[in-house]
Design a protein around this ligand. Sequence first.
Ligand SMILES: *Cc1c(COP(=O)(O)O)cnc(C)c1O
Length: 394
Amino acid sequence: MFDYSVFAKELKELEENGLLVRIKTLESPQGAWLTINGKKVLNMCSNNYLGFAFRDELKSAAIDAIKKWGVGPGAVRTIAGTLSVHDDLERELAEFKKVEATLVLQSGFNANQAVIPAITTAEDAILSDELNHASIIDGVRLSKAKRYVWKHRDAEDLEEKLKQAREEGARRLLVITDGVFSMDGDLAPLPEIVDKCEKYGAMLMVDDAHGEGVLGSHGRGIVDHFDLHGRVDIEVGTLSKAFGVVGGFVAGKKELIDYLKQKARPFLFSSSLSPAETGAALAAVRILQNDDTPVKKLWENARYFKEKMQAMGFDTGHSETPITPVMLYDAKLSSQFSVRLFEEGIFAQSIGYPTVPKGKARIRVMISAAHTKEDLDFALDKFEKVGRELGVLK
Ligand SMILES: *Cc1c(COP(=O)(O)O)cnc(C)c1O
């Protein structure tokens, strides 16, 4: 029999180094307030930016889809698993995103696995921002293309790497960046990146998981935010954050999407979103298409919270989005801060190495349109209390 003590030993090491993830189980739906271990706490951790995860229109759309289509897709999309609700979602999402076509995958993670290896070979080069998301890194690993990593948000360094890749004989150049970097809430300098890509004839792909439903008019994402429609080749997005459901997508030219339908392995070899998920995601797209009040509310909340935190004397980093890092730098202090907040009724997680660099520990606060002003005032009060108690605020 296999000696499982090797796993036990590694788990113990993780625990000793303060790196063991302790998974909290929610006893309530995903909303502004959660019940965890019987305790009511304010949710400041989720990616449910617009409160859609528990919104009535999405719940009814999921129920209606189950009544109409049942619970499972029955097969992969290419064999017998494409329902007309999948086509409806892809068409309306493309209209919303102002692109020719979209392809919906099981998750944002899978969307990266779908697109990156499908469009690159050993003759090509992939250029990736050093802080790109793990799902991009894994997608790149599935490709035989040569890799070049450029300094975070540094378009000049990107240009150096583009030159180098050309000199080293690359056929196709694929530049990949996160749109919003999820730990700091900073944005890719997309206009400059677009210029470099156009100069070197590179394809540009943006994974905008934290920008979809957040940035741009009606939450159309970072391409809309910078008014770069038609100048970014590939947008990858998720339906599991602001859209409130689950799933991922690739958006771009019709030729690209048609090609992916023939070549993308997560599309060809894994079944699709269920009818309930697809119906709910379609409802989310329709709400955003018609109404940008949830997006406006999200930004209003984020501005209010950040301004008050800064006025109190907290260091909130250099976020340009509703992601609000509360920089504490020291990992022990950060984790102690999070524990004290939880005792005070606030669920906001501490994030340390290796998710962020050593010495850059922080509490990452995720603001949502689901928060009321009273919720935010409650949080501000508790942050001030714990901040004074732990000597972060003077
Ligand atoms: C969250 C995230 C993903 C994964 O999305 P899922 O739909 O949860 O799989 C991919 N890329 C980035 C940049 C993300 O932040």
